[in-house]
Design a protein around this ligand. Sequence first.
Ligand code: URA
Length: 433
Amino acid sequence: MRMIDLIAKKRDHEVLTTEEINFIINEYTADRIPDYQVSALLMAIYLNGMTDAETSALAKAMLDSGEVLNLDLIPGIKVDKHSTGGVGDKISIPLAPLVASAGVKNPMISGRGLGHTGGTLDKLEAIPGYDVDETVDQFIKQVSEHGTAIISATKDVAPADRKIYALRDVTSTVESIPLIASSIMSKKLASGTNALVLDVKTGNGAFMKTEERARKLAETLVAIGRQNNVPCVAYLTDMNQPLGYAIGNANEIKESIAVLRGEGPEDVTELTLILGAEMLVLAGISKTTAQARAILEDHIKDGSALAAFKQLITDQGGDASIVDHPEKLPQADGQVDVIAQASGYITAIETNELGLASVKIGGGRAKKDDIVDPAVGIMMHKKLGDAVKAGEPLATLYVNTEAPEEVQAQVLNSFTIGETKPELPPLIHEVIR
Ligand code: URA
């Protein structure tokens, strides 16, 4: 088999066989195919797509490229959650301790920020001492004893995804349904979870900008789960504005703590409860999502969810006193308000641009090796449908350098102010099982 022929096949809209896909993944993981040939193939896949059978074969080949964790030592049904990525999407942080406090075994292998989107690991690393690297044995022990651990994938989990992901990032081939689906599912299936709740974002801050593409991605993810005996439920959720008010790592930890205290923004709290309730049902703890939600609400009220967050931080070497003293989290030196130039209602928010603005002030990476500044970010003051008066702040930039004028303009231009109050998008667009 020759890689050059397989590239030509995909270029010419032909269908790759499972054997051919296995050859590509095995040879590339073993460094026997050069990056430039795989880049060409990725672009052909991006442009011409893949059949469902090709996508499943790709996910399976990427899963088999490395170790599959055996979590049998952890008693019960293991349930995880994964988001396709958004701006201000900190849901995993309140969700993991909340469901753990209700008895779910949640082995969570998370990712870092990607493009304009933030990543759970970067957010957790804003907590002094929090270590995202654990051995498999530590991971199993922690999930068995305390219900959750949030760690980074080891280099042996889906190594093909690591290599392919890095190439996609620099070849403009990220926003492809077969490539995203195989990337996510290879990692999630390798993590040994028994069931999965998927949060598939749709809107101008998501990789899938239209509902139609988000639905196709969700269906593809659920189908791959089914083929691998891992039941998945996918929620199509709105990303036409940031989730909550905080964007940026330390800011998002503070907002997550507020959710666990019952004082968080409505959208973050609601989505945490909805996804968490689905996890309790998949774990067999509750029969209905209504029952599950009541349990989770009680665990927020009685403080057990907050206690589980302290436990999670302590287990991973972090300073849990930040939960009662969020002021101990890294603080930015400067704050710059971005001021509304007109009065009216917020009718649209360019969420993607806000994510990029946060990256530019140091909250994310423009290059793979960039160091993220945990203290910087953006705090929203206005969201879709809010009334605003000229002269009022729309958002505040938290900066450790002078805020570039270009970034201030980018944030200002992310808000559209109109005369009439707009209809608000639903938080949940659809559920796919
Ligand atoms: N998250 C992933 O893990 N992979 C993608 O391709 C996109 C989002």
